[in-house]
Write a protein that binds this ligand. Sequence first.
Ligand code: SRM
Ligand code: SF4
Length: 575
Amino acid sequence: MTDDSGRLTRDAPLEELHPNERLKHDSNYLRGTLQEGLADPITGGISEQDNQLLKFHGIYQQDDRDLRSERRHQKLEPAYQFMVRVRLPGGVCTTGRWLKLDSLANDYADGSLRLTTRQTFQFHGVLKGRLKPLIRGMDEVLLDTIAACGDDNRGVMCAANPEHSRVHARVFELSRRISERLLPRSRAWHEIWLDEEPVSGGGDGEQEPLYGRTYLPRKFKIGLAVPPVNDIDVHSQDIGFIAIEENGELAGFNVCLGGGMGRTDHAPDTYPRLADVVGFCSPEQAEEVAEAVVSVQRDHGNRLDRKRARMKYTIEDLGLDWFVAETERRLGWRFGEARPFRFHHNGDAYGWTRADDGRWHYCLFIENGRVRDREGLPLMTGLRKIAESHDGEFRITPNQNLIIANVAEAKKPEIDDLLKEHRLLDATQASPLRRNAMACVALPTCGLAMAESERYLPDLVGKLEAIMAEAGIADEPIVVRMTGCPNGCARPYLAEIGFSGRGPGKYDLYLGGSFRGDRLNKPYLENINEDKILEALSPILHQFARERQSGERFGDFVIRAGYVPEVKAGRDFNR
Ligand code: SRM
Ligand code: SF4
């Protein structure tokens, strides 16, 4: 079946759609043959079909890419292992839960916890037989992995900004409610991981009232920002809610639609896009807005070509006006006029911050979100000790950092001592460049990585720090982001200096994002190695040091100086 614009809809015959549509449809609400595949002792892996379904359970099959060629040489199957992503709306985790995750990482994964760009945890290096005990361990502290990946609504982000605690509390509560409301209703997760019976014959009489049998055409992302901090990069979300505060209270939200970062090299019809502000809704209306928008994307998203299946392309292809009108038709009411707001930056406020309710929050810099003990920096041990001492919460920030939240005045000296004892204050005193840098995971776990990212960016930042010191701008914060492929997991297209991997040691370089996360950058040089990167950036950084106007940011300067044109719309990114 086609809709008014001639697009195939989800009611079209399955054979006309992408093969994943049939897979979802025939999976008996996400059960498929997962139970059998996980129990198969012959291999450490599972079939590709099972892997596609496993994503809806928050788990990816991977293999250790550092060992790939050696294993191939030895005619062994790849070193299969799994990545497990926790569902943690708004990034808030009690310290009790943190302690559980820490012990699970040591017992069943590679001994590290990875804080992600969407404010949750990932376990890496989990062997097939350890998946179940790991997930059961999470369930003991009421955590799950449902819909952390897959064609559904993913982890809902929420500003971690601690200053305005009253507004934050309401916005956080809403992020939790949106996550619950848009959660798949299938019992498959409980049956497979917690042994709550039926499994492959299960699903009888089950329904997915929102998603139906074929779920969404593609992943879907929602985030809530609290100005003046745009830490969640609200314009990168499929739906962004911008909290509008009036007289210290949450008046409602400006609603933004159609953001997304992913693109594919050599495919100019794929591009990052910023979400447009389309109107205003009250706090009470936000949940139904989220559901209505998801339903429009469910019915009109592209189910033939997964590279163009995100909502940003539905909006590009069918028109923003059409999309908004269709959403309003389903809501039965119209958005109000968007209200004024202003973002100052999209980073984190490091160190201690006192919130308006008198409680303290310490934002700790965690380089690229990797929590493990290293020589001279016992990060995982230090956080364990703090979690044992602080009966409160940790908040994961959208910049892969961690906030020790809601510390009472009397408790602060004890936390300070623990931070000092474990040398965690040193990390927070890193250069402003490093503190504003972010890299995706990439090698050795990510199957899509074409180049290093998490393991390489710290070195490159060191070299850029040296250039900036020479130019006399060592204290200048510049947003730098790197990914190992064009998918955009560290939101590199919003960075003032962005990199995406093209091949081993080779990157595309992007310039011109804003410090506030509200402007896309632009491809500047393609497929270059480190020498060329430094050769290209050194003169620009020196010129910036000499010629910048008062208060001018690097991303604004490169546009004024003519290095790149300003990108005003996603479809112009590649032109
Ligand atoms: Fe991502 C796929 C890691 C945030 C866009 N992402 C992947 C996979 C699962 C690779 C795969 O499909 O096999 C990566 C697993 C690597 C590993 O070994 O752990 C991966 N993405 C991540 C994380 C862990 C990066 C990080 O360093 O923190 C982030 C986890 C977020 C979370 O907690 O849910 C992560 N990914 C993002 C973001 C940023 C965001 O959402 O704010 C984006 C860009 C925004 C967007 O979606 O448009 C992003 N990831 C992608 C894409 C491209 C999607 C697209 O529209 O084209 C893929 C590939 C895909 O979906 O086909 C992808
Ligand atoms: Fe992997 Fe690419 Fe995402 Fe990096 S951007 S984690 S390399 S999919």
